[in-house]
Design a protein around this ligand. Structure first.
Ligand code: ADP
Length: 252
């Protein structure tokens, strides 16, 4: 299997404060990687570097085999941003327009969409089960529905990787379960590589096939059953956590 993300010795600091230090890991095509770590441990910063929103101070990054500085097909990495599921999210556009904006990013704003693009959009809406909302304003949808619209937006460009940052924030538990099985299906049935950032350790234990735990540095990197253990988590998170039937809850 080929690697779609390869990172070696990455360092990053905000105004001299080191946030990521000597980060090394890779993501294979078809893998489901969970990135975990306490708040402020550098997860979002890492995602922003991969998306080229931020630039690493040093280290090697290759995307689909190409050096990040030469990589221009950014649309091959579908990104579902934080907060779209939260109730304060407001965006004056219909579901169809939101999904179309993903394709415009790929093609350039002023290029017309062709038949193939429309078919990709229809397929993405079908997969994410949002076709019935196509003419609905995105602000009228529930958090879980909105989350699926942004996944459809990412899928419409037929990305190799889908990256999600804390995707379940603001979604109720029942919708979360549905959302996670949907992601699982995208991964197992459609072979889409998933990189999933979360503080929800229970989900990672159940869903991902490998985890990367960071706290400035890489604390662990490997299959979840090797690391999702109470002793290890207590060490990284600095407090006691208990695991119930694969779901992990904080103890107060
Ligand atoms: P996480 O996603 O794991 O919660 P972040 O990557 O958001 O962590 O943040 C890592 C660290 O960098 C935190 O200490 C945070 O306060 C700091 N940080 C995040 N964004 C900025 C910024 N724009 N300027 C300065 N410091 C920042």
């Amino acid at each position: 299997m080929t690697n779609c993300i390869e990172i070696e010795g990455l360092n990053f600091s905000y105004n001299g404060d080191t946030v990521l230090e000597d980060i090394t890991f890779s993501v294979k095509s078809g893998e489901y990687l969970g990135i975990i770590g306490p708040n402020g441990s550098g997860k979002t910063t890492l995602i922003k570097i991969i998306l080229r929103i931020l630039r690493a101070d040093s280290g090697k990054i290759r995307l689909f085999g190409e050096d990040i500085n030469d990589f221009s097909d950014l649309y091959r990495i579908g990104y579902v941003p934080q907060k779209v599921s939260q109730s304060e999210f407001y965006f004056p556009a219909t579901v169809y327009e939101v999904i179309k904006s993903g394709l415009c990013a790929k093609k350039g704003l002023f290029k017309r969409l062709v038949e193939k693009d429309r078919l990709s959009m229809e397929k993405a809406m079908e997969i994410a089960e949002v076709t019935e909302f196509r003419n609905t304003l995105i602000s009228r949808l529930s958090g879980g529905q909105r989350q699926r619209v942004f996944i459809a937006r990412a899928l419409a460009v037929e990305p190799g990787i889908l990256m999600l940052d804390e995707p379940a924030t603001g979604i109720d538990i029942a919708s979360q379960d549905k959302f996670y099985s949907f992601l699982n299906e995208l991964n197992t049935r459609l072979g889409i590589t998933i990189v999933f950032v979360t503080h929800d350790l229970g989900v990672i234990a159940d869903e991902a096939n490998s985890i990367l735990c960071i706290n400035k540095k890489v604390c662990c990197y490997g299959p979840p059953d090797q690391y999702i253990k109470e002793e290890f988590l207590e060490e990284v998170y600095g407090r006691k956590l208990s695991i119930h039937k694969h779901k992990i809850r904080h103890e107060h």
